[in-house]
Design a binder for this molecule. Structure first.
Ligand code: NCD
Ligand code: ZN
Length: 435
């Protein structure tokens, strides 16, 4: 074996003491005892878990690299225990054409420390021509309501797009569900988080999810991003079927009455908006009972200066790729979530949705592992994170960061230090891209 990792690992739904033998980046053998490899790691007090997969990040490259880029974004992700990210299309130029997608793949290949996939944005301009570019993206992203630099698809075109997408039905379709007409009706000048919620009420989210549900065909693989309201959850409980659901950590941890606010309201301005306590409680209940499928960060960094202006003009978005897994590892350490649920939400289901050979510690899968010392609880500090934006809404909150993050058997983070290399990250191949 190239590498043997020994310790207590999360395998087949329980923690077992094993040796994990790695060859060519894959888990080749799992056994109680294995002969020594060329490189050997032994962990006694820590646990070994599958690394996380974040299917929703905005790494801002090309076009907005003063906010983040593929290097700073993937370094941050690695420190947060993430082995693979999927980048959203609202960059400049947006990834809505074959060339824009191929250009972004080339940029990311040069700069990424961890593996990556890309979304194609679907708009009123390109939904009829998806044949031109669909095979180059890993999945599709649709914005049904307007938001920061976002592309849009009018809901009148949704049914036709869904029909066109059947041809590429192995590719997931991720939806930002807020109904544009509904948002327009509620538009006001906003001074704070309460106003932002008034301007984007839960009825707009629910309406949009209902539209998606009515327009989709059986073949479409739909994922609703960042579901944020109790009402939407209620509707989906009736209608979910094979639709998958994501939630973000900010919608789980914050409502409009944030208890420990460390920054002005504009820093917590995000779409969909932060809602009421009842919504966060409902989301948490459905996270821990298994109804929600995926934890996604919606890492949407803007600089401190960009956010530190009057509320109405401040851009929407909150950074989170580095803190998502660590905050929930802390939850696990406090028995607020089971390890089975957490691993399912952050590794297994995202891998299944995206069709990856990742997300579980099992022979034949990519050796994407994190090592966690559950006793090493730290307070989150922006200065210790690796974002370009240099702020976090989770300042002072407790978290457990991994001491190691391995991507395909190679340590990217080792003993809490970056050891990975720029350009190591691989593009996740899509089924028919090679032709
Ligand atoms: C996103 C961003 O900044 O790119 N902001 C956000 O509030 N989530 C745009 C988006 O995905 O809505
Ligand atoms: Zn987003």
């Amino acid at each position: 074996m190239n590498i043997v990792v020994e310790g207590k690992a999360y395998i087949r739904n329980k923690i077992e003491h094993v040796c994990i033998g790695i060859e060519d980046g894959k888990i080749a053998k799992i056994a109680k005892i294995l002969p020594k490899g060329e490189e050997n790691y032994k962990f006694s007090r820590e646990i070994i878990l599958p690394a996380g997969i974040d299917i929703h990040v905005h790494f801002r490259e090309p076009g907005f690299t003063h906010k983040e880029d593929f290097s700073t974004g993937t370094i941050s992700a690695a420190f947060g225990g993430i082995c693979c990210i999927f980048d959203m299309p609202n960059t400049k130029p947006p990834t809505t054409t074959k060339n824009a997608i191929l250009d972004k793949i080339e940029i990311a290949k040069r700069k990424a420390y961890i593996d990556f996939g890309l979304y194609a944005g679907i708009t009123d301009e390109n939904f009829e021509n998806i044949r031109d570019f669909a095979k180059y993206c890993n999945a599709f992203k649709i914005y049904l309501g307007s938001t920061t630099n976002a592309l849009q698809l009018r809901k009148e075109n949704l049914k036709d797009f869904f029909k066109n997408a059947e041809e590429f039905s192995d590719k997931p379709i991720m939806i930002h569900a807020e109904d544009e007409e509904c948002l327009n009706k509620h538009r006001i000048v906003e001074n704070n988080l309460i106003d932002h919620l008034r301007a984007r009420p839960d009825v707009c989210e629910k309406k949009s999810i209902q539209t998606v549900h009515n327009c989709k065909s059986k073949k479409n693989r739909i994922h609703i991003c960042h579901v944020s309201s109790a009402d939407s959850i209620e509707f989906l409980k009736e209608a979910k079927g094979d639709i998958s659901i994501g939630v973000t950590l900010h919608h789980l941890l914050f409502s409009i009455n944030i208890k420990r606010k460390t920054l002005p309201d504009s820093f917590y301005k995000v779409n969909p908006p932060l809602r009421k306590k009842f919504d966060t409680e409902t989301l948490i209940e459905h996270l821990t009972n298994g109804f929600i499928d995926v934890l996604e960060s919606d890492h949407a960094p803007h600089t401190y200066e960009e956010k530190n202006i009057n509320f109405d003009e401040a851009p929407n978005g909150i950074p989170g790729v580095e803190t998502m897994y660590p905050l929930f590892l802390f939850w696990f350490s406090k028995n607020l979530i089971s390890l089975g649920q957490l691993v399912s939400l952050i590794s297994e289901k995202p891998a299944r949705i995206m069709g990856l050979e990742k997300g579980v510690i099992s022979e034949g899968k990519d050796a994407d592992l994190i090592v966690v010392d559950l006793k090493n609880i730290q307070k989150i500090k922006a200065e210790n994170l690796h974002y370009k934006c240099e702020w976090t809404p989770y300042e002072g909150m407790q978290a457990i960061f991994p001491s190691y993050t391995l991507v395909r058997g190679t340590p990217i983070v080792e003993e809490y230090i970056l050891v990975g290399e720029k350009g190591y990250g691989e593009h996740i191949k899509t089924v028919n891209e090679e032709e």
